[in-house]
Each structure stands twice: as structure tokens, then as C-alpha cells.
Design a protein around this ligand. Structure first.
Ligand code: ADP
Length: 619
């Protein structure tokens, strides 16, 4: 994203500066952009070639009717004999009708081809962008607003799709008409053609100016749309609504939305008007031309240039027919200039490189050492944290044997969740190594690594789908019996079975229709179906009341049997039986051992925490 001399042009808004930069940098990159857009169309070369052939045929065909018009006048209607020649006239009219029918048919075929190509290209671009975003590392999503990402996919690709599918058919159709009209005009009278086209360069210059203005407005419009999507997405989610309602902030939310909406309205009006003024002026320009042609024709006739009545009628007919296609082409150029800003925004996302990818030499997880997890002097700093902030993890070393139950405890903000993110390689370490089954996670295939890890976190995410579909997310080909077995093990089968729709019960947005404990047990059943070698529990029970906690904890105990478990715990009561407890504080492991060993350390952090919590429970 380098941008030379960017400082001088345009005021960069603080909101979506990247898009602004792309738009400012847009001008010198047009050719590059066009080449990339062209590449998108490469797979459709055949359809496009057919279209071009159709265009040429149509073009050839539409040169003829104006010439026939002249003949109809000069030979059919007003022949030298003075009496209309009906048979000739019938022939000419018949030919004209046949030509128009044929070219209308070709037009339909062309539109079908171009609409198919345009929409397919855009559809694929959308999928590519979505796929690319799936590959982006977790950090990209933690530092980008969800609404802004959604807006690129929906508003930007959508905007381009509209332009493109209209553009192809309009460019082709109008080019045909313009070329054909121009040729007919030349054949009819080159002198009058000069009069008709002399004003065109003026239009082109005006169009360029308007195009630039519109592209600028379009960038601002997309930024504002993106902000609106992000506000909507934040405010209208279940959590957002709950927050607004509980703090009585609905009015403030509406005001925030309204402010952005006003910007949007202003921009939309400006965008539409900037084009409309231009087209109004151009329209007047083009309609005045016939009048000028009559005058010039009179002048030509008085200067002994032969111009027949038929020629003048045919010429002005053609010229009038030229107006709309010409306006259409100008509009297309404008639209393309506008969509250039959108394309820049789309390509900008496609050009992002995922920070975490497989090495070419990456291997699958070694089944021999499955279940072993080690940290070797791991240092980690969040990518979006400033360089001056201390590292979140400072030289952390530990070793968890296959099948062990390891608990991580310590104050909030100590770095426990961060540890759980580094095992499945959601982030890459800043120093040291994370080893999974004996290999550095950076040398493993991500698919294989993640396949062997199951995560149950405090905030369970369930899709708005049936319980069965949510469970099969872990194993698409799981049988009903497998679903039930997993649900039984997770202590949730009886609850599901009591619902009228059983496993086909729809889960509300983010599972809000289920209680926290039920959701959590469904999440555990989901992980059991995945059957991973390593299970990560990130404060899986800390959001629950004590009754639900006991039920969920029982399910978790079943789930962790026979596999390595990394449990991040808030309540120490859940870790008493752990094989090993790591006490984390300030990004370091400050104590390690079993519950009994750690309680025995008189001045120990763990002992203090344990006594505090026991007192709280007793009191
Ligand atoms: P714990 O799970 O022990 O409560 P975390 O691992 O969640 O602690 O967080 C450790 C530290 O890292 C905290 O100070 C937190 O503010 C910081 N942190 C967490 N996530 C991010 C992030 N995405 N970017 C920057 N800092 C983060």
C-alpha cells in the first residue's frame, strides 16, 4: 500500500483512511486496475467472443435501415416520376422490418450472454473475497470492525456487480448503435456528419471532469455505507440491543444512526445530481443539432452541394437515434470511473496476505506423540499492541504430557486465554516455540493441527440452525446415533429430547433461546463429536450459576477423559483434581504443581487465591 506523494491530494478522513488512499491513488493505477478487471473476465473468453461477433453482425445490420430510409424517400415515395412506387416501397419497408426483427433477436441473445458473464464474474469475486477473508488470521478480525468487513463484501461487490452487468450489455449495445449510426451518417453526407460530431470533444472533456467528481463522491458514499453497516451490525445484534436497552441508550443509538444516515442522503443526492446536470446539458446539446443540420443543409444546397430531402430525413433520424446510445456510453464511462473506487476497495482486501499460512514443507501432526503440548520460552506480543507495551507472554515454558489434565489459573489479564490461542496457532509467537505432538506448530499443516484440538470457551457460539446442524458442524457425516451418544456424554440428551422438535429444534440467534448451561453442554457435545486429542476449556463454566456449573463440569469431566486437557479456570474448585496446575501472573508461570503442592506453599499466589475463594464460599 505504498503511495507516493499522497500527502498533497485530498483530505484524508480519519475513518476509513485506507479506502481514501486507494481512491486518491486510483488515478495513476487505472491501467493496472483495468488489467486486473480484465483478468476476472478471462475464463469467459468464449462467451465474450460470441458476443463480439453478435455485436459486429448487429452493427453491420443496423447500417442498412437508414440507407433504406433514404431510398424509401427518394425512390419509393418521391421518385422522379412524381408518383410513389408502391412495389419498391413495399420491398424497402419489408426489408427494414426484417432487419429490425433480426437485430432485436440478436440484442436479446447478447444481453443474455453479457448478463450471465457479468453476474458470474461478480459472484465468483464475492466467493473469492469471502474465501480470502476466511484465510485471514484471527488478529485481522480483532482489529477490524465486523461491519466494515461485511460492507466490503456486500456493498462494494454489490455496487460493482450492478455497474458491470449493466455495463457490458450497455457498452456493447451502444457501441454497435453508435458505430452503425456514424457509418450511415458518413455514407449519407460527410459534410453533415462533421456538423453532427464537431461538439463531441466538448462532451468528452466535460464527462471526464464529472467522472472524477463522481468517483470521489462514490468513495465517500462507500465509506459512509460501511460505517452504517457497522453501526447496524453493532446496534442490532442481540448483545447490542441488550446493551442499549439496559443503559437506556436507544435514543443515542438512533442519533448515531441518523447522523450517518444524513451523510448518506447528502452523498446519494450529490451523486445522482452530479450526473444529472451533465446529462441535462448534453441532452439539450444533442437535440439542438437537427436544427443546425437543417440550416447547414440549406447552406449546402445554396452552394450547389446535392442534398436530397431523403438524405436530410434519414440523416436527422439517425442523428436522433445516436443521442441515447451516446449518452449511454458516456454514462458507462462515468459508471466505470465510479466503480473504479469500489474495485480498488475490493482488490485492497484481496491483496491482504494472511499472516499465518502453511509452509510448503508443512507436515501433518505426528500421531505417535499426539496429546503432547509444550511451550518453549514463548514470548508473545499482540500484533496490534503498541511497540512500547510489554509482551503479553514473557518467556513461558511448560510441558503437558499426553492425557494430562493441566489447569491454568491466575488473575484476569495474566495471559491465560492467550496461551489457549497459541496452541491452535491462531496467532504466531513473537519468540520461542509452541510444540504440538513434538513439532513446532509453524511446521504443521494448520488443518491437521486444528483437527486435533477442540475448544470450549466461556462464550459459546451456536448458529441459527437446528441443534443437529450445530452438532454436525464438528462432524458433517455424524449419524443420529453418534449425535445422541455425544449429547448423552455431555449431559444434554434428556433436555434435547424434551423439546417438541428434539434435535431439530432451532437455536435462536447465538443460541439465546437456550440457557447458558444448555448452550455450553451442546458446545461440549459438539467437541465430543470432533473427538480431538487435545481439549481446551477456556473458563467454560465461569458464566454459569453454581447448579448449571456442576452439571456442565460433570460433562466436562467426561469429555476430558482420555485426552489432554488444558483448562483455564476461574474457580479453583474445578482444578483441585488437575494433574498439574500452572499459576500465571503477568505473562509468566509463577508456580506449578498439584493442588496439594501449591496449597502447601505458604506465601504462594495459588495458596492465597485458594484461601480467598474458600473464605468467600464459606462466607
Ligand atoms: P486472561 O485470559 O489471563 O484473563 P488474556 O490472555 O485474555 O488474559 O489477556 C492477556 C493480556 O493481553 C491482557 O492484558 C489483554 O488486555 C491483552 N490482550 C488480549 N487480547 C488482545 C488483543 N487482541 N490485542 C491486544 N491486546 C490483547
Amino acid at each position: 500500500m505504498s503511495m507516493r506523494g499522497g500527502g498533497g491530494r485530498g483530505r484524508v478522513s480519519a475513518r476509513d483512511t485506507e479506502a481514501q488512499k486507494a481512491a486518491n491513488a486510483g488515478a495513476p493505477k487505472v491501467e493496472h486496475l483495468l488489467r486486473r478487471i480484465g483478468e476476472l473476465f478471462k475464463p469467459h473468453r468464449r462467451a465474450l467472443s460470441v458476443t463480439i461477433v453478435l455485436v459486429l453482425i448487429s452493427a453491420g445490420m443496423s447500417v442498412l435501415p437508414p440507407l433504406l430510409t433514404r431510398e424509401a424517400f427518394d425512390i419509393g415515395l418521391f421518385p422522379k416520376s412524381g408518383i410513389p412506387d408502391v412495389p419498391v416501397l413495399m420491398l424497402l419497408v419489408g426489408a427494414m422490418v426484417a432487419l429490425w426483427i433480426a437485430s432485436a433477436g440478436l440484442g436479446v441473445w447478447q444481453t443474455y450472454l453479457t448478463a450471465t458473464v457479468g453476474n458470474t464474474v461478480m459472484g465468483r469475486l464475492r466467493t473469492r473475497l469471502f474465501g480470502h477473508l476466511q484465510a485471514m488470521e484471527l488478529a485481522f478480525f480483532t482489529k477490524t470492525k465486523t461491519g466494515i468487513i461485511q460492507s466490503r463484501l456486500q456493498n462494494d461487490v454489490g455496487g460493482v456487480a450492478d455497474v458491470l452487468s449493466n455495463t457490458i450489455s450497455s457498452v456493447i449495445g451502444n457501441t454497435v448503435t453508435v458505430i452503425a449510426a456514424f457509418v450511415s451518417m458518413l455514407v449519407l453526407s460527410w459534410q453533415l456528419t462533421i456538423v453532427a460530431v464537431i461538439l463531441l470533444p466538448v462532451l468528452l472533456i466535460a464527462q471526464r471532469r464529472v467522472g472524477q467528481v463522481r468517483a470521489r463522491i462514490a468513495t465517500k458514499t462507500q465509506e459512509s455505507l460501511s460505517d452504517m453497516t457497522s453501526i447496524t451490525q453493532e446496534a442490532l445484534s442481540v448483545s447490542g440491543i441488550l446493551l442499549a436497552k439496559s443503559f437506556n441508550q436507544q435514543k443515542a443509538e438512533i442519533a448515531r444512526y441518523e447522523a450517518e444516515n444524513q451523510t448518506q442522503i447528502r452523498l446519494q443526492v450529490r451523486q445522482q445530481m452530479s450526473g444529472q446536470w451533465f446529462f441535462a446539458v448534453v441532452g439539450i446539446f444533442l437535440s439542438v443539432i437537427p436544427a443546425i443540420i437543417y440550416l447547414v443543409a440549406a447552406w449546402l444546397i445554396t452552394h450547389d452541394v446535392a442534398v436530397t430531402a431523403g438524405t436530410i430525413v434519414a440523416f436527422t433520424t439517425v442523428q436522433a437515434r445516436l443521442t441515447f446510445p451516446l449518452l449511454g456510453l458516456l454514462r458507462v464511462v462515468l459508471d466505470l470511473q465510479t466503480s473504479q473506487a469500489l474495485f480498488s476497495r475490493i482488490f485492497e482486501y484481496l491483496d491482504l496476505h494472511p499472516a499465518i499460512t502453511d509452509k510448503p514443507t508443512a507436515t501433518p501432526v505426528d500421531p505417535g506423540q499426539l496429546g503432547r503440548v509444550e511451550f518453549d520460552q514463548v514470548v508473545f506480543r499482540y500484533p496490534d499492541a503498541g511497540p512500547d507495551t510489554p509482551a503479553t507472554l514473557k518467556s513461558m515454558t511448560f510441558d503437558i504430557e499426553p492425557g494430562q489434565y493441566a489447569a491454568f489459573v491466575g488473575p484476569s489479564g495474566a495471559g491465560k486465554t492467550t496461551v489457549s490461542y497459541l496452541v491452535p496457532r491462531f496467532h504466531d509467537v513473537s519468540g520461542g516455540r509452541v510444540l504440538f505432538a513434538g513439532s513446532d506448530v509453524r511446521d504443521l499443516q494448520q488443518d491437521s493441527l486444528v483437527h486435533n484440538i477442540g475448544i470450549v470457551s466461556q462464550e459459546t457460539y451456536l448458529f441459527h440452525a437446528t441443534i443437529a446442524e450445530n452438532l454436525r458442524y464438528a462432524k458433517p457425516d455424524a449419524t443420529d446415533a453418534e449425535l445422541e451418544a455425544a449429547a448423552r456424554a455431555a449431559n444434554i440428551h434428556a433436555t434435547i429430547a424434551s423439546f417438541p422438535d428434539g434435535y431439530d429444534t432451532l437455536v435462536g440467534e447465538r443460541g439465546y433461546r437456550l440457557s447458558g448451561g444448555e448452550k455450553q453442554r451442546i458446545a461440549i457435545a459438539r467437541v465430543l463429536l470432533k473427538d480431538p486429542a487435545v481439549l481446551i476449556l477456556d473458563e467454560a463454566t465461569s458464566a454459569l450459576d453454581s447448579v448449571s456449573e456442576r452439571i456442565v463440569q460433570a460433562a466436562l469431566d467426561t469429555a476430558s477423559r482420555g485426552r489432554t486437557t488444558i483448562a483455564i479456570a476461574h474457580r479453583l474448585s474445578t482444578v483441585i483434581n488437575a494433574d498439574v496446575i500452572f499459576v500465571v501472573d503477568g505473562g509468566r508461570i509463577v508456580e506449578r504443581g498439584t493442588h496439594d503442592e501449591l496449597v502447601a506453599l505458604e506465601e504462594g499466589v495459588y495458596a492465597k487465591l485458594f484461601h480467598e475463594q474458600s473464605r468467600a464460599m464459606a462466607g
